[in-house]
Design a binder for this molecule. Structure first.
Ligand code: FE
Length: 232
């Protein structure tokens, strides 16, 4: 398997390139519109055919590159079941598998940051946690139908129950972290360690974060898979 972590500095978003080295088929998870040329160049240099653009959720902080990549490559746009994105080609539900060659990507429903959100377990040993779980943090729950109690359940019951050596690759990082493990996060993530569900809900309700800069344009655009026509 080929596995690459790519970074967009403006939105601090990680995009993941996953491919089978024999069939040369690839998946891009959470591509960013401004990084589409970077991603296309890398696909071309590595001789890869893009099969799927896969979203962990409908983002509020950046516009997805899916529509542009789909137009350029003919790949399919895949979003979690119940996501508000009628533009998608496929909807993937809890436990469902997306496969390229020998590479298996299994959806784990992890709502809470948004009401439809999937983490993706890749070849059994690493999990893309999207905005459900960050390294020593987690996604916010104060808009887009977010729900702190549901996020607490998703993280503690769905993610922290994975094998301890499972690698954790988040959807964002703001402090320079790149990868962690389930063991590390279960023992050292300050959002969860020592907190009851009620305590977590109270903590998340008092974060008082400003809205993401791009929220007003990003959410409607992402509901169209990143199509720019919605912006004009
Ligand atoms: Fe998000």
């Amino acid at each position: 398997m080929l596995f690459r972590q790519l970074f967009d500095p403006e939105s601090s978003t990680y995009t993941y390139l996953i491919a089978d080295t024999d069939t040369k088929e690839a998946i891009l998870v959470d591509p960013v519109l401004e990084q589409v040329e970077r991603d296309r160049k890398l696909l071309q240099e590595l001789g890869l055919t893009l099969r799927y653009c896969l979203e962990t959720h409908i983002h509020a902080d950046h516009i997805t590159g899916t529509d542009k990549l789909r137009a350029a490559t003919g790949c399919l746009g895949v979003v979690p079941e119940h996501a508000h994105a009628s533009c998608a080609d496929l909807y993937i539900q809890d436990g469902e598998i997306l496969q390229v060659g020998e590479v298996i990507v299994k959806a784990i429903a992890t709502p809470g940051h948004t009401d439809s959100h999937n983490a993706y377990l890749v070849n059994h040993d690493r999990v893309l946690t999207g905005d459900a779980l960050f390294i020593r943090g987690c996604g916010r729950t104060d808009f887009q139908s977010g729900d702190a109690g549901i996020l607490y359940d998703s993280v503690t019951q769905r993610l922290f129950t994975l094998p301890y050596d499972t690698l954790v690759y988040p959807g964002h990082d703001y402090r320079g972290h790149t990868v962690s493990t389930i063991w590390e996060e279960k023992h050292w993530n300050p959002r969860f360690v020592g907190r009851t569900r009620d305590n977590f809900i109270e903590f998340m309700a008092n974060l008082n974060l400003p809205d993401p800069k791009k929220m007003m344009e990003a959410v409607p655009a992402n509901e169209m898979c990143g199509s720019l026509t919605v912006l004009t």
